[in-house]
Design a protein around this ligand. Sequence first.
Ligand SMILES: NC(=O)c1ccc[n+]([C@@H]2O[C@H](COP(=O)([O-])OP(=O)(O)OC[C@H]3O[C@@H](n4cnc5c(N)ncnc54)[C@H](OP(=O)(O)O)[C@@H]3O)[C@@H](O)[C@H]2O)c1
Length: 270
Amino acid sequence: MYKSISIIGAGIIGGAIARILARKKIIDKIIATRRNLDKIRDLEGLGVVITSDNIWAVENSDVVIVSVKPNVLTNVLKEIKEVAKGKLLISVVAGVPINVIEKIVPGTRIVRAMPNIAVLVGESFTVYSFSQNVTDEDKEFVDILFSSIGIGIEVEEKYLNAYTGLTGSGPAYMSTFIEAMVYAGLKVGIPRDIALLGATQVAIGTGKLIRDGGMHYAKIKEMVVTPAGTTIEGLFELEEIGLRRGLMKAVYAATQRAEDISKNKGNAEA
Ligand SMILES: NC(=O)c1ccc[n+]([C@@H]2O[C@H](COP(=O)([O-])OP(=O)(O)OC[C@H]3O[C@@H](n4cnc5c(N)ncnc54)[C@H](OP(=O)(O)O)[C@@H]3O)[C@@H](O)[C@H]2O)c1
C-alpha cells in the first residue's frame, strides 16, 4: 500500500483532506502545497510537510491529489508533468474529464473525484471514476482514502457532472433549506439559536431515519400527517410553492452547467 501522498493546492477541500488523513493516520507521509503557506501552518502540527514546491512534493510522494481551481489546473499539471509519470493522480477539480487530464499528464493513472464541502467535518459524499490503467491496488487505496473523509463510491464517469449538480452542490441546497427553516422558526417566535439547532437536527435525524433506519420518505410523511392535523397544513402550503419541482430544476440546471464546463475543458488546448 502507498506510503506517501502530496496534496497540490491545499485550500478548502485539499486542506480538509490533509487534516483528516493526518488525524486518522491513513498514510505515513503527507505533503501539502500552496503558494501562501501561512494559511496552512496548522497542518505542520499534525505532522504534514508544507511547501510551495509542487515538483518536490510530487517527486516525494507515491500518490498525488490535485485540488486547485479549474482555471489554474492546466498550468499546475504542466508543471508536475514529468515528475508525476507512473504515479496515481487524483483530481478533485470540478468539470475536468479524465481524458483531458490524460492528455496533459500522460503516463499517470488517473482518478476523477467529486467530493463536497462536508469534507470539512469528515462527512463528504464523494463519487469517483478511474482511468483504464488504474490497478487493483490503486482502487483499494482510493476506496480507503475517500471512505476516510465520509462516504465514497465508484461511479461511471459519464454521471460525474450529474453528481456535481446533485451531491457536489447539494450542501448549498440543504443550507438554503435550513436557512428557510430557521427563518420560519423566527417567524413563529422561536429563538434563533434553538431554531438553528432544531432545523439542523431535523435534517440530520430525517436523513438517518431514511438512510440508516431503512424507512421510506413517503412512509415517514404518512406517519407524521394526521387528518386535520398541523403537518398537513404545512404540506398543503409546500405543494403550492412546488418545492420538489424547484429542487429538481436546480439539480438539472447545475448538471447542465457542469456539462458546459466539461465541454469547454474538453475543447481547451492541453
Ligand atoms: N469547494 C467545494 O465545495 C468543492 C466541491 C467539490 C470539488 N471542488 C473542487 O476542488 C478544487 C479546490 O476547491 P477549493 O474550494 O478547495 O478552492 P480553494 O480553497 O481556492 O483551494 C485551491 C488552492 O489552490 C492553491 N493554489 C493555487 N495555485 C496554486 C499553485 N500553482 N500551486 C499550488 N497551489 C496552488 C490556492 O492557494 P494559494 O493561492 O495560496 O496558492 C488555494 O488554496 C476546485 O477545483 C473545485 O472545483 C470544490
